[in-house]
Design a protein around this ligand. Structure first.
Ligand code: HEC
Ligand code: HEC
Length: 405
């Protein structure tokens, strides 16, 4: 209908024959159809990002027995304390009231099971069955949202609306894995050493333990280089790696540069989901800084430092604040190096990508290993290590600018 009336109005505008007006209408229709198809793909990707485990219950249930410990020992208060988040949008009104008036016990593991049954724990997917009249968690898996989503705390700390793509720097994945009854104390000690907001996505491949901070999954559209080390040219590369190698999903991943060939199970529950998952990730924009979170006048001065005496823009160039589409950098260009063992050395490229800076305010601490607690520390570190000769005022202004991106 809309296309028909467009054709009429184009015809009425004159200038072209009826045929070319019809052609234009057809083109408009085709592009509207394309946009609708893309929207559908993004919507599908959102579901995958939030709720798909790729069959990784094989790892989290069959191998690590996480369902046993969650169902018997992890009450919601404990879950929130290790950085798990609750999606208030998934809570029925009665549950909301129950939490508000205290009639729902946040110190009982049964409540955790109830929340999992409602699909309300961000990044955890539970299967709950009624056994002898009691709800029992029989299987559990994880999704991408576990590490790359948080909530807006609008209901209570750790409980609110989902913020997909935001790095969950409260999450302590190591401490969560260490709860597994299937691990010996030496392994538990390794996982417990990682700390909040960090994960080592190569530990189970190379045996080295030196975690990196969980990065955001937003603000990547237009950047053809993913991960701190630019291992892949698009998110799908790394999504496949994580889904198979880290989450334990059913499928395979091959990386000749690391001589890595992994296959889990006999079916592939990953490949067909990657296009939609990637479309969703690329739709996630970096969030603007909260109102009042930086000094705008100082930020303007800081911009001049960034582009001038700080020489930041030579690498953090263009609208995305990165030269990632043109080059990667030797380890020495990372202010977090030298680091033993070097994270770059464990990667496929052995190099670092200049980190895009939009939305940097959201995810302290900074650099791949989190060695700079604040953006002030980032600015001061560059000044010292690169002997920039900035004044304390320049450094403070630069930090305000970084907070404004
Ligand atoms: C256990 C936590 C965890 C889970 C689960 C997880 N990731 Fe990540 N993700 C990380 C860490 C840590 C990195 C940093 C790795 C690096 O850059 O070397 C990362 C990196 C990324 C990046 C690269 C960001 C950039 O700046 O280039 C994207 C995109 C991403 N993850 C998306 C996903 C998707 C999609 C899933 C689900 C298939 C997923 N992640 C599951 C922890 C996780
Ligand atoms: C020679 C290239 C280069 C220059 C010059 C440079 N950077 Fe970087 N920057 C990088 C690389 C590479 C990383 C990733 C380092 C890591 O994670 O270990 C990075 C990381 C960062 C980060 C951390 C982002 C995050 O999310 O962890 C910030 C902030 C930053 N740079 C700001 C600056 C500022 C401010 C300047 C100027 C004083 C500057 N950079 C100059 C290459 C550069």
């Amino acid at each position: 209908m809309a296309a028909f009336s467009t054709a009429i109005s184009l015809g009425a505008c004159g200038g072209g024959s009826g045929d070319s007006a019809a052609d234009e209408a057809a083109i408009q229709l085709a592009s509207a159809q394309q946009a609708a198809a893309h929207e559908a793909l993004v919507a599908e990707g959102k579901q995958i990002f939030r709720y798909d485990t790729f069959g990784d219950e094989a790892q989290w249930t069959d191998t690590l027995k996480m369902h046993e410990v969650i169902g018997s020992a992890v009450d919601p208060t404990t879950a929130l304390s290790v950085g798990l988040k609750v999606d208030s949008g998934a809570l029925p009104t009665a549950v909301v009231h129950g939490i508000q008036d205290g009639s729902i016990d946040l110190k009982s593991p049964d409540t955790t099971v109830a929340l999992l049954k409602l699909d309300a724990v961000v990044g955890l997917k539970g299967q709950v069955e009624s056994i002898n009249g009691k709800d029992v968690l029989t299987r559990v898996g994880i999704t991408c949202a576990l590490c790359h989503s948080t909530v807006d705390n609008s209901f209570a700390p750790g409980i609110g609306k989902r913020l997909d793509g935001w790095a969950n720097r409260d999450l302590n994945p190591g401490a969560i894995i260490a709860l597994s009854p299937a691990l010996d104390s030496a392994m538990k000690a390794v996982f417990n050493s990682w700390g909040k907001g960090k994960f080592d996505p190569r530990h189970n491949i190379d045996g080295v333990s030196n975690p990196v901070v969980i990065p955001p999954a937003f603000g990547l559209d237009g950047i053809h280089s993913v991960t701190f080390t630019g291992d892949g040219s698009e998110p799908a590369y790394w999504n496949r790696y994580v889904a198979v190698a880290e989450m334990g999903g059913q499928g395979s991943f091959t990386e000749p540069r690391l001589n890595l060939h992994i296959t889990n199970g006999t079916q592939d529950l990953v490949t067909s989901k990657l296009p939609a998952l990637q479309a969703y990730e690329l739709s996630l924009k970096a969030p603007p800084p909260p109102v009042g979170s930086f000094d705008a006048v100082a930020a303007l001065r800081g911009k001049a430092v960034f582009e001038g005496a700080g020489r930041c823009a030579s690498c953090h160039s263009g609208a995305m604040f990165t030269d990632a589409n043109a080059m990667l950098h030797p380890p020495a260009d990372s202010m977090a190096e030298p680091e033993v063992p070097s994270y770059a050395a464990r990667s496929a490229t052995k190099l670092y990508r200049t980190t895009p800076l939009k939305g940097a305010w959201q995810h302290a601490p900074y650099f791949h290993n989190g060695s700079a607690p604040t953006l002030e520390d980032v600015a001061a570190t560059y000044n010292t290590k690169r002997a920039l000769g900035l004044t304390p005022q320049d450094i403070a202004d630069l930090a305000q600018y970084l907070k404004s991106l």
